[in-house]
Design a protein around this ligand. Structure first.
Ligand code: PXG
Length: 460
């Protein structure tokens, strides 16, 4: 196609998109007013290509998911071959197909000790909905039907269905349709930079964890079913809890007989330089939802991992668990998941992130600490948050929350870098195959975008 015909195609797609396509998490009128969507047509490695032929560095791996990078023909071949062999069969009525069986066996060996049972779904939200149903079922079977409340944190993200958004602690999501549903409570998040005040990070980590114990005691432990948390909050702004946080949460859950859910939808499959962040934080979870990096986003698939101690009750005493989806254990998604894990293993991507590219990215980003509007760089492996601040000494927020992040995002877009603002933090989560040279390019573009954002703020 020549330049004008590619441009005409872009305009036609944009118009049809605006006329007919309702986007997730999007102000549709605002989208129209700013000229419509950027149309991504191709991708290779860490690079996206749009319908105008621009090359964009994807610092977010799609939505935190394309761990093995774009353009993997072996994943496409696996999907093709499985579709030809057996495109679909269900796992409901005493049948199974080989891919979900093999993938569940593989996941049992990869995930932390005891998480040996998999329930498949299609998204992180569905995995979390399924876990809520299993938690409620578990306590019913244990003869404690009053134990139903689930405690989460403010600014947590666990999905977008009515139940998973209730688990989440995003106020602006709750405001959409009067969530959370009854039975979901939220405590403080372990966000030292914004909420730690004068406490050291370690003391604040303990205090934030003890908010769980206080809430359990307020509600009565006999009413509290479970606690859910992302080991590192992703969509909330890449919030890495102080080292004191998770051991204390673990202690409190065990003491009060409260089940623990570690939401690894973002952290899983090498993102932090470990197979799971639970390995690093030594979280001994009863449930662990995974999605995203499970297939590197090539096909939708999620898994609710269930610990032996819970599965035993559900399996031995439960009878039929009346829950499931048409596509639970979809053979094509599961075959792609297996192949994706094989790629991560064969290419040593987890070790590469842990020993090479993770420390390299974190080190290069730490240089941005000197930037006038950067308050803190935090992260682990290939996930990072760059906290913007109006005052480095007092850690003060900008007057208009989100303005600095928005300006920085716009500058990143102009500089052909995908980085996401969360309030006034910029977050990054590039594909795990990113090279050191590409990390240099990413940091160069981000640094230029921070300059642009600081200049725009100064003009205001
Ligand atoms: N748990 C966590 C920790 C997540 O990050 C979900 C569950 C839900 O997964 P599904 O597959 O239902 O989307 C997520 C998803 C963002 C963004 O902009 C983050 C997510 C999804 C969409 C956008 O940061 N996380």
């Amino acid at each position: 196609m020549n330049i004008s015909s590619t441009h005409n195609a872009t305009m036609a797609w944009r118009k049809a998109d605006l006329d007919h396509h309702l986007h997730p998490f999007t102000d549709q009128r605002g989208l129209a007013e700013t000229g419509g969507s950027r149309i991504i047509t191709k991708a290779q490695g860490v690079w996206l290509i749009d319908s105008e032929g621009e090359r964009i560095l994807d610092g977010m791996a799609g939505l935190w998911c394309v761990n093995v990078g774009y353009g993997r023909e072996d994943l496409a071949r696996t999907a093709y071959e499985q579709m030809v062999e057996l495109p679909y069969y269900n796992t409901f009525f005493k049948t199974a197909t080989p891919p979900p069986i093999e993938l569940s066996e593989k996941l049992a060996s990869l995930t932390p000790a005891g998480l040996n049972h998999t329930f498949f779904a299609n998204s992180g939200s569905e995995a979390n909905d399924s876990i809520v149903r299993m938690i409620r079922r578990y306590w019913n079977l244990k003869g404690q039907p009053e134990k139903k409340t689930i405690i989460s944190r403010t600014n947590a993200y666990h999905g977008s269905t009515a139940v998973s958004a209730s688990l989440g602690g995003m106020k602006y999501m709750h405001e959409v349709d009067d969530l959370p549903l009854p039975g979901f409570e939220h405590i403080q998040q372990p966000y030292w930079y914004r909420e730690g005040g004068d406490l050291s990070p370690e003391d604040f980590g303990l205090a934030a964890a003890r908010a769980l114990e206080e809430r359990i005691e307020e509600l009565g432990a006999h009413k509290v079913a479970a606690f859910i948390g992302e080991p590192i909050q992703g969509a909330g702004g890449v919030i890495v809890p102080p080292a004191t946080y998770w051991p204390e949460i673990q202690r409190i859950c065990r003491k009060h007989d409260v089940l623990l859910v570690a939401d690894e939808v973002i952290c899983g499959f090498g993102r932090t330089g470990h197979w799971f962040a639970s390995d690093y934080f030594e979280i001994d979870a009863d449930f662990m939802p995974v999605a995203k990096g499970l297939t590197s986003g090539y096909l939708p698939l999620s898994a609710a991992m269930v610990h032996d101690r819970v599965a035993e009750v559900l399996r031995e005493q439960g009878g039929e668990f009346a829950h499931g989806f048409t596509y639970s254990g979809h053979p094509v998604s599961c075959a792609v998941g297996l192949k994706n894990i094989q790629i991560i293993e064969q290419e040593g991507l987890v070790e590469k992130v842990r020993d090479e590219t993770g420390p390299y990215l974190q080190g290069r980003l730490a240089e941005l600490n000197d930037h006038p509007i950067v308050g803190e760089v935090r992260g682990m492996g290939l996930v990072a948050g760059i906290q913007l601040t109006a005052d480095k000494a007092t850690r003060a927020a900008f007057e208009k929350e989100g303005e600095a992040g928005g300006l920085c995002r716009d500058a990143c877009m102009k500089n052909n870098l995908v980085a996401r603002p969360v309030g006034d933090s910029m977050v990054l989560s590039p594909p795990l195959i990113i090279s050191k040279a590409e990390i240099d390019e990413l940091v160069k573009r981000l640094s230029a975008s921070l300059d642009d954002a600081a200049a725009a703020l100064a003009r205001k």
